[in-house]
Unconditional design. Structure first.
Length: 182
């Protein structure tokens, strides 16, 4: 499958945690977690439907989305550098996508969210399959939000860790032009 192929419906996205009415680890709130998982999956499908050009081209698909935790996959094929390895910049795009989406989900209406700092440590290479990124919010504030993003290969080995800080700005989004009174 290529990046341009799919905008999945909510039913096409498998839960990344828990699942299908099963009590999670003997916890008594298993049903509530299933509801949260379902909401995160449906929200991921909505975000996928509004993907930007780079997410489409790179094949980034969210499977879970909430302001606190996001999960996405990206194929290695089509995102490799000339030596056949997953391009480090592709991992950074994946990380920034997740953190920016998470910050946007919790920002007040009419706000603009922009990444202001990102770092990435590449731990091992991968040449095929897909990578999965999990972004966990470290801190959420009124103006700054920070995420820890861990990217793993198909075998579950960490290929990259990243940290992203986004700034939330109030007012109308950058680039919007409202008519000004004369």
């Amino acid at each position: 499958m290529t990046a341009a192929d799919a905008v999945p419906a909510a039913d096409d996205i498998a839960p990344s945690r828990g699942g299908g009415g099963v009590d999670h680890g003997g916890r008594e709130d298993g049903g509530r977690e299933d509801a949260a998982d379902t909401a995160a999956i449906r929200l991921a499908a909505q975000v996928n439907a509004a993907r930007g050009e780079i997410e489409q081209r790179m094949g980034i698909l969210l499977t879970e989305a909430s302001p606190e935790r996001l999960v996405a996959t990206m194929p290695v094929e089509g995102n490799r550098q000339p030596y056949g390895l997953l391009h480090g910049g592709a991992s950074v795009v994946l990380a920034e996508t997740l953190g920016s989406v998470g910050a946007t989900l919790d920002a007040p209406p009419g706000s603009t969210v922009v990444g202001i700092e990102i770092n990435a440590s590449h731990h091992r290479s991968t040449t095929s399959g897909a990578v999965t990124a999990v972004a966990t919010r470290i801190r959420g504030g009124r103006t700054l939000v920070t995420y820890d993003i861990r990217i793993t290969d198909d075998a579950g080995r960490v290929t990259c860790t990243s940290r992203l800080t986004c700034m939330i700005r109030g007012g109308r989004p950058t680039g919007s032009r409202e008519s000004e009174p004369s």
